[in-house]
Design a protein around this ligand. Structure first.
Ligand SMILES: [Zn+2]
Length: 317
């Protein structure tokens, strides 16, 4: 028999990503298919089961590590609530186990991405890391003393929903001024569009109906005033939030990933110094920011890595 593989699955609101992961965290046969979550849990689950069976025909699998966007009970394998998928109390672990005969492990996607980087990526040589995924929102995961911090409810952390601006933009969670409304990729697009609509002169004017993050980043690098203003503001808020988290947890390393970081290597330039300026003075010398190494595969790698790494959790009664 060849190498042992775990199938890693990362079930998000727009895509289901899958790949076979070996004990060194190498990922083979990666693929990404649309989730089609609007068609309901049964449809999504049958698509996933078909996907798993196709992988089973290819290779003998030792288990399935599932990362999912939402609140999960890892002990029972139930997805308790997923706003992105519109799921409530779906026993996904059990359903997939019964359909495929494979052991399953279930974990929230932001914590899975954190574990992926901690097991196999930028965080692998540290015992305490903070992992932030800057995309549509801001996903967060925290490892303290080699344990995954999940808080009293088992659902922490939700760093993207720290309030950083009183009366700020409305967040998907219903509150105002959450960190992700000011420092995420979608915050950048939204704030750029608002300024274009307010009549600011910019090279982005013609793109205003289909503005993408790539457009704003490109205009930023060309020195477009509006793009510079919007990106600078997002970066300042990003630094502020990271500094708050460093003040709380003082991790050995902050790992940054997600679309905003992956798309533009220069976005992070100077960010570490900005954070140092903002943290409690005693922590200034300890601030270390690293770019994530696993890209959009961190979640599936982290879910699969649970099979080889017996990670304890902090919190979760
Ligand atoms: Zn929020």
């Amino acid at each position: 028999m060849g190498e042992q593989y775990i199938l890693g699955l990362d079930i998000g609101g727009t895509a289901v990503k899958a790949g076979m992961v070996n004990p060194r965290g190498e990922i083979n046969h990666f693929q990404s298919i649309p989730t089609n979550g609007q068609q309901g849990p049964d449809h999504v689950l049958s698509t996933i089961i078909d996907l798993v069976r196709a992988f089973q025909e290819r290779e003998i699998l030792a288990g399935i590590g599932i990362a999912i966007a939402g609140a999960v009970d890892s002990k029972t394998g139930v997805c308790k609530y997923s706003p992105n998928l519109n799921w409530k109390n779906v026993p996904i672990g059990q359903i997939i186990r019964e359909s495929t005969g494979l052991e399953t492990k279930l974990i929230n996607d932001a914590n899975a991405a954190c574990l992926g980087e901690y097991f196999f990526g930028a965080g692998r040589n540290f015992s305490s890391i903070l992992c932030l995924t800057i995309g549509t929102g801001i996903g967060s995961g925290i490892i303290l003393d080699n344990k995954l911090f999940v808080g009293n409810s088992g659902l922490a952390p939700e760093a993207g929903h720290m309030a950083v601006l009183k009366g700020g933009p409305r967040c998907s969670c219903g509150r105002k001024g959450c960190w992700e409304t000011l420092a995420s990729a979608s915050a950048i697009i939204k704030r750029a569009a608002e300024r274009i609509n307010a009549g600011t002169n910019t090279v982005l004017n013609d793109l205003k109906d289909s503005l993408s993050l790539e457009d704003v980043l490109k205009a930023w690098q060309q020195g477009d005033n509006l793009a510079v203003e919007v990106i600078t503001e997002a970066k300042e808020y990003l630094a502020m939030g990271i500094a708050n988290l460093v003040n709380l947890f003082n991790p050995q390393c902050v790992v940054l990933g997600g679309g905003l970081i992956d798309l533009n290597s220069e976005f992070c330039a100077g960010l570490e110094d900005m954070v140092k300026e903002l943290v409690f003075p005693s922590f200034q010398d300890t601030v270390l920011i690293k770019k994530a190494q696993l890209g959009n595969k961190a979640g599936l790698a982290g879910g699969a890595g649970l099979f080889w790494n017996n990670i304890e959790t902090l919190g979760d009664r």
